[in-house]
Design a protein around this ligand. Structure first.
Ligand code: ADP
Ligand code: MG
Length: 362
């Protein structure tokens, strides 16, 4: 039997930058997916999940193709397919997963599933693959088998995470390096506040942002917005909407670099205001926030968070807050009270720390 664990992730700063070749700064979290792979002898692959009791999905290892499996099992079987496509001699096997990552809460349970399955199956096959290559296989499963057009940050963070570190991932250069982030040693917590809001705008709005940012890139005459290092340059764009969209990406890349400078100087608390500035940029320039996210960010900051921002695609999902240990309870209470006052469902608050990336377990 082979067993692997892969963590979820959260992105500290660098939002809506990956599809313009920009900068991101995620970390793997101390919640993850475990996958157990046991061999079979009949050419089949089966998938079961502790979180999906009673469901059992099967496919042929040699012939399974995109479209054959839908729903949650597509993340599992799709990873088997992507490994096979990458030339791995995938053996027939039973795959059982169990997870501590809440699905759809902004912690990338999907990448955790894919990376855990990939490592367990590779081990069962007696094969090895560099971590960055496993991340590519996992991303391919999500893009081509599940059919979700996501970037590669989630899988990169799940594979390369390290305790007490962030991963600086330059999506344009396709390079990574670790940045120190010893949260607890500095008396700090990172809270992920799941608003439970999901506004049905996401797909259309995402397409509009992509097109606007492509148009801005052409009009500025640069190969990618990452090449714009002087934020004033975007002010020459004639269209006010394109100007705002591009301003977000250019200032967000700069915030990632500022954050790294602060962290390498050892000052995590100083990152707080950079997070809040990032939220304002997502709210006012990229215009992807919503009332639930704004209320969570404002309530957290008013109750003692050093900074907070929405994370992920926007129009719902989660926010993060950087909080001193002695303010964690007050921030949690304040956000919950702000939601109750509006008649909204109470948010879930997850306290996460930077953790080791995907690995085999005994
Ligand atoms: P997230 O932000 O959590 O990655 P996604 O929509 O990308 O949200 O992925 C969530 C999906 O991943 C779930 O709808 C489900 O299909 C699958 N998934 C996540 N965790 C599990 C699990 N423990 N068991 C089965 N499927 C899971
Ligand atoms: Mg996901």
């Amino acid at each position: 039997m082979s067993r692997a664990h892969a963590p979820g992730r959260v992105n500290l700063i660098g939002e809506h930058t990956d599809y313009t070749g920009g900068l991101t700064l995620p970390m793997a979290v101390d919640m993850g997916v475990t996958c157990e792979a046991t061999p079979r002898t009949d050419g089949r692959v089966t998938a079961e999940s502790r979180e999906m009791p009673g469901e059992h999905v099967e496919a042929d290892v040699a012939s399974v193709a995109p479209g054959d499996v839908r729903g949650w099992a597509a993340y599992v079987i799709g990873t088997v397919w992507a490994l096979r496509e990458a030339g791995v001699p995938v053996p027939a096997c039973d795959l059982r997963i169990s997870s501590t990552v809440p699905a759809g809460a902004g912690l990338s349970s999907s990448a955790a599933v894919e990376c855990a399955v990939a490592l367990a199956v590779l081990d069962l096959a007696g094969a090895t693959m560099p971590a960055r290559e496993v991340a590519r296989v996992a991303k391919r499963a999500e893009n081509e088998f599940v059919g979700a057009p996501t970037g590669s940050m989630d899988q990169v963070a799940s594979m390369l995470g390290e305790a007490d570190h962030l991963i600086f991932f330059d999506t344009g250069e396709d390079t990574t390096r670790t940045v120190p982030f010893p949260l607890r040693a500095q008396g700090l917590h990172l809270l992920v506040i799941d608003t439970h809001a999901h506004h049905q705008l996401v797909v259309d709005e995402y397409g509009e942002r992509r097109r606007a940012l492509e148009a801005a890139t052409v009009q500025l005459g640069v190969p990618s917005l990452r090449a714009v290092t002087d934020a004033a340059a975007v002010e020459q764009l004639a269209d006010p909407v394109l100007r705002r969209r591009a301003r977000h990406v250019v200032t967000e890349n700069a915030r990632v670099l500022r954050t790294i400078v602060l962290l390498e100087a050892g000052d995590i608390a100083a990152v707080g205001p950079v997070l809040t500035e990032g939220h304002r940029s997502l709210r006012d320039d990229l215009e992807v926030s919503c009332e639930e996210l704004d209320v969570a960010v404002d309530a957290a900051c008013a109750a003692g968070a050093l900074g907070a921002r929405m994370v992920g695609g926007g129009f719902g999902g989660s926010a993060i807050a950087l909080v001193p240990t002695d303010a964690v309870a007050a921030v949690t209470t304040a956000v919950t009270a702000a939601y109750a006052a509006r008649g909204w469902r109470a948010p879930d608050v997850h306290d996460v720390t930077p953790a080791q990336g995907a690995h085999l377990v005994a």
